[in-house]
Design a protein around this ligand. Sequence first.
Ligand code: ATP
Ligand code: MG
Length: 133
Amino acid sequence: MEKTLSIIKPDAMERNLEDKIKNVFIRNNFEIVRERKVKLEKKDAEQFYKVHETKPFYNDLCNYLSSGPVLVMVLQKENAIAENRKIMGATNPEEADPGTIRKEFGISIDKNSVHGSDSKENADKEISFFFKD
Ligand code: ATP
Ligand code: MG
């Protein structure tokens, strides 16, 4: 069984989409093995998205992720990392396939409702970033 990190981002939390999005994971046979609601400090967001530090959108991205509470989850399933990326849909909701979380709930490329780890290496890093034990 593989584990991946998922975050329900501030735009979705603000619209009370927490249960609706969790239900998508449950319906797709993910087990939510850990979860934590947190309000990140900007420095936490900067560390979390450090891979993007040279991108022009980095500052806005970090301001946004730390703008309100988020729900952080560890999802478990066979092939969880790729399976989660599949049901999340493309980064830009406008380009996401019908039925994906970002198509259904995302507002824009910056307010795209969910984060998902993109590789085994990053999944392990991101899980230990939020769950220390
Ligand atoms: P995430 O890491 O949040 O799961 P992702 O892996 O689909 O998203 P990344 O390339 O890792 O996409 O980008 C991280 C986040 O940065 C995206 O979720 C998006 O909100 C934002 N982002 C990416 N590209 C752009 C862009 N061109 N303009 C504005 N924001 C962007
Ligand atoms: Mg990413």
